[in-house]
Design a protein around this ligand. Structure first.
Ligand code: NAD
Length: 484
């Protein structure tokens, strides 16, 4: 495609109260194209004062939005789904331009992101409560759901559209107003979402978007404003811990979608073709820059050699290049720090005895690239198995029996997702029950689905996004004891 004509119409200011406004101190920051390191656009850099103005706008819109008919909110979200779908090519190009991911991944993200608007347009009219007779028989118990109130939404750069819609969809369906603070590497997609929601009929102040490079003070100011009642954060566990502490000061309702360190288990009885296919999806979607990315491959010893060879063969055929070019399968990573981190983890593993079957270095070209890489004989204590790699690197470790596979898989403070490949369904379910993770892909390399509850256990998070559960995160249950 390569058509970037839409760039001239992009929103590059803050979006507060339905208007594009510059930062109060006039500050701006640059958004870079990871394929070249060149500037794509400059964006207003929100201040603490802007953050409070955004809360003012969200408060002003709050009562009337909460009072709209659920059907009306549903229709607006449905229109947003349709507009996103109509504009999917431009949005995919924009995502690719500021995030680096290859166009097929960006198109996949737009479709996934739009689905959250469709799903929550359908959920908006299904906010059911409960009626019961108290066990004593003395009274009735009525439970109704009410919007939690003004929400601060903080999102990462790796899925700039989907992480925003996964929060905005249920928040709006529930009747909440929001302030979205997108990642500084990818604010343009978030601002494009604001335009789409405005065109879909979202009233001024219901959705505010606040790009800000000084994310700490800006988010902190909002979390200390007594009008804010909810924080939904997606990002690293490290920042999640900081924000949980911040939210504690005003006992703010929190949802946390944090880091992952997904194990990918392959038993000797697995369909190896399916396992390789699943491994490619679980590892290479977004060039490995996904919280759900398979981070550690545990393969039963008898098939480990063949699995490693076949995976390396597939990885070596991938076309690496600018994400915005048709034909590219693996785009650049988001920035130089990301490349340095991946390179450091690979070098560390190799120094500890791992062998590189394919890749293992940065290609000699401008931009933030790393070659698709497969490592075998990785030392079990290696940092590459403990930290999120967030890049196109597959470290392989062998195991000898089911108990060892489960022990290795659970040996992490994370618990977002795990993948299991086996031809024995009973074994698959038995192992799945013992895995400490919020989600499991059983003979499947992709779990993300707007209709399913996405989220982690242990230090991967609190709460669920997507499915029916996702909307409950934006509702408070009010219990009324009634005597009639
Ligand atoms: P990050 O934690 O560095 O940043 C996330 C967001 O928090 C950004 O908007 C950033 O500007 C903001 N932020 C950073 N420091 C802050 C502070 N002190 N106070 C307030 N806000 C602050 O994460 P990232 O690098 O953007 O994204 C990658 C991480 O996100 C990975 O760990 C990945 O696993 C995780 N992630 C998790 C999920 C999930 O659903 N569990 C989904 C996508 C990404």
């Amino acid at each position: 495609m390569g058509d970037k004509a839409f760039l001239g119409d992009l929103l590059t200011d803050l979006y507060i109260g339905g208007r594009a406004v510059p930062a109060q101190d006039g500050g701006r920051f640059d958004v870079l194209d990871p394929a070249t390191g060149e500037v794509v656009a400059s964006v207003s850099d929100g201040t603490v004062q802007d953050a409070i103005a955004a809360v003012d706008a969200a408060e002003k819109a709050s009562a009337s939005w909460a009072a709209t008919a659920p059907r009306e909110r549903a229709e607006i979200l449905r229109t947003a789904f349709e507009l996103m779908t109509e504009q999917s090519e431009d949005l995919a190009m924009l995502i690719s331009l500021e995030n680096g991911k290859a166009l097929p991944d960006a198109r996949g993200e737009v479709a996934y992101a739009a689905e959250f608007f469709r799903w929550y347009s359908e959920e908006a009219v299904r906010s059911v409560g409960a009626l019961a007779t108290a066990p004593s028989g003395a009274n009735r118990i009525v439970v109704l759901h009410q919007p939690v109130g003004i929400c601060v939404l903080v999102t990462p750069w790796n899925f700039p559209a989907a992480m925003a819609t996964r929060k905005i969809g249920p928040a709006l369906a529930a009747g909440c107003t929001v302030i979205l603070k997108p990642a500084s590497d990818t604010p343009l997609t978030a601002l494009a979402m604001a335009r789409i929601l405005e065109a879909a009929g979202v009233p001024p102040g219901v959705v505010n978007v606040l790009p800000a490079r000084r994310s700490g003070p800006v988010v902190s100011a909002m979390l200390h404003d007594p009008r804010v009642r909810k924080l939904s954060f997606t990002g690293s566990t490290e920042v999640g811990r900081v924000l949980l502490r911040e939210a504690a000061d005003q006992v703010i309702n929190t949802s946390m979608e944090l880091g992952g360190n997904a194990p990918f288990l392959v038993f000797a009885d697995a369909d190896l073709d399916a396992a390789i296919e699943g491994a490619m999806i679980a590892k290479m979607r977004n060039a490995g820059e996904a919280c759900t990315a398979a981070n550690r491959f545990y393969v039963e010893s008898s098939i480990a050699g063949e699995f490693g060879r076949r995976l390396a063969q597939r990885m070596s055929t991938l076309t690496v290049g600018p994400g915005t070019e048709e034909g590219t399968q693996v785009g650049p990573l988001v920035n130089q720090d990301a490349v340095d981190k991946v390179d450091g983890l690979v070098r560390g593993a190799v120094e500890e005895g791992a062998q590189t079957v394919v890749g293992g270095s940065r290609p000699d070209r401008p931009g933030f690239y790393y070659d698709p890489t497969v490592l075998v004989n990785v030392h079990p204590g290696s940092p590459i198995l403990r930290e999120e790699i967030f890049g196109p690197v597959a470290p392989i470790v062998t195991f000898d029996d089911e108990a060892e596979a489960i022990r290795l898989a659970n040996d992490t403070e994370f618990g977002l997702v795990a993948y299991v490949y086996t031809g024995d369904l009973a074994r698959g379910l038995r192992v799945t029950e013992k895995l400490e993770s919020g989600m499991v892909g059983l003979n499947r390399g992709l779990v993300s689905d707007p209709a399913a509850p996405f989220g982690g256990v242990k230090q991967s998070g609190i709460g669920r996004e997507g499915g029916h559960e996702g909307m409950l995160d934006y509702l408070e249950a009010k219990y009324i004891a009634v005597q009639w």
